[in-house]
Design a protein. Structure first.
Lengths: 192, 142
């Protein structure tokens, strides 16, 4: 129990320090790498919650491929973020208020792993039983993802497909309208 | 980066094991952690590593863009196709029980095919996105 507490405290400390470093840094490549490190620590957090599938996804997608894609997209970005001129008081205040509300609400959450929690009462027992008897697959996550929630995963696949096609279409269009060189870069700078 | 011998050789050594690991994650997802999404990303990372080290042109020679785009769409078709096949065989859309001799083997076949479709789409979307981002500047300079 105490070791679990220590590990969680360690991970939360690292996450917090990465988040603070993320706010402080103005160099884009450091932002990308720190985001990747943050995802990696989040993956470790999922492991402490016994959610290995989610941890695996977070490590491969969050820390791995999205970092590479960010790096590939960095060619269009300026090397440094512009200093914000507007005051930081209102964003900070709204963050603090939101954080206080979230912490306040978290007191009402059931304890992690508590059997009487609503989420373990509703449909989960049926899935756990059915995954063994009806589907015959040891990994319940896979049986929920691919069979019980097959429609959702179909939708997810189509979303990935659509997003990929949309980005390809955007970049293709810019590639063909290459007459005025500076225009696309300026557009991206505004978005950043 | 393609003049650095350490990077070149370690890429060549790593390439096959990464894909092997991706296939393991893909087809072992029923029994351990993993599945189509993770496997797709891992397989894509092998091709992206190759493109990073040897250059985008070499990467496109290894994995041509037109094949990439066909496979990108094929993943969704495989997934939807499993649903259509189960409908043709007389059950509901994406009900796998009817695909095999027993309900359990049907579920096995269905889940395997569906995860394969997910992996196909995810890996090819990632490779296509990387290629699109990485080759953008070159096209512009022409």
């Amino acid at each position: 129990m105490i070791s679990e507490l220590l590990i969680n405290a360690f991970l939360v400390t690292i996450m917090l320090s990465i988040a603070i470093a993320l706010i402080k840094t103005r160099t884009v490549i450091f932002t990308v790498i720190l985001t990747s490190a943050y995802s990696l620590v989040a993956a470790l957090m999922f492991i402490t919650l016994d959610a290995v599938d989610v941890a695996f996804t977070e490590a491969s997608v969050g820390a791995g491929i999205s970092t590479i894609l960010f790096l590939a997209a960095m060619a269009y970005l300026p090397k440094k973020e512009e200093e914000s001129i507007s005051s930081e008081f209102i964003p900070a205040l709204s963050c603090i208020i939101l954080g206080v509300i979230l912490i306040w609400c978290s007191f009402d959450l059931p304890e992690i792993g508590q059997l009487t929690a609503p989420i373990h009462q509703h449909i989960a027992p049926e899935y756990i039983k059915g995954s063994k008897e009806d589907i015959g697959i040891p990994n319940i996550v896979t049986s929920v993802l691919a069979s019980y929630r097959g429609y959702d995963t179909f939708g997810e696949t189509i979303v990935v497909f659509t997003a990929g096609v949309a980005v390809l279409a955007l970049l293709e269009k810019k590639n063909t309208t290459k007459k005025n060189k500076s225009q696309p870069k300026q557009k991206i700078r505004k978005n950043a | 980066m393609h003049n650095n011998p350490i990077l070149r050789i370690s890429t060549k050594i790593l390439f096959a094991p990464i894909i092997l690991f991706g296939l393991y994650v893909q087809f072992h997802g029923d029994f351990g952690p993993g599945g189509g999404f993770q496997a797709g990303v891992i397989v894509a990372s092998a091709f992206i590593l190759y493109s990073l080290v040897f250059g985008i042109e070499e990467g496109k020679k290894l994995f041509p863009t037109n094949i990439n785009l066909i496979l990108l769409a094929l993943g969704g078709i495989v997934y939807g196709g499993v649903g259509i096949v189960s409908m043709i065989l007389g059950d509901e859309f994406l009900a796998y029980n009817i695909l095999g001799s027993s309900p359990q083997s049907g579920q096995h076949i269905g889940i395997l095919l569906v995860e394969f479709g997910v992996g196909l789409t995810v890996s090819n979307v990632m490779i296509a996105l990387f290629n699109a981002f990485a080759s953008y500047d070159k096209v512009k300079e022409k």
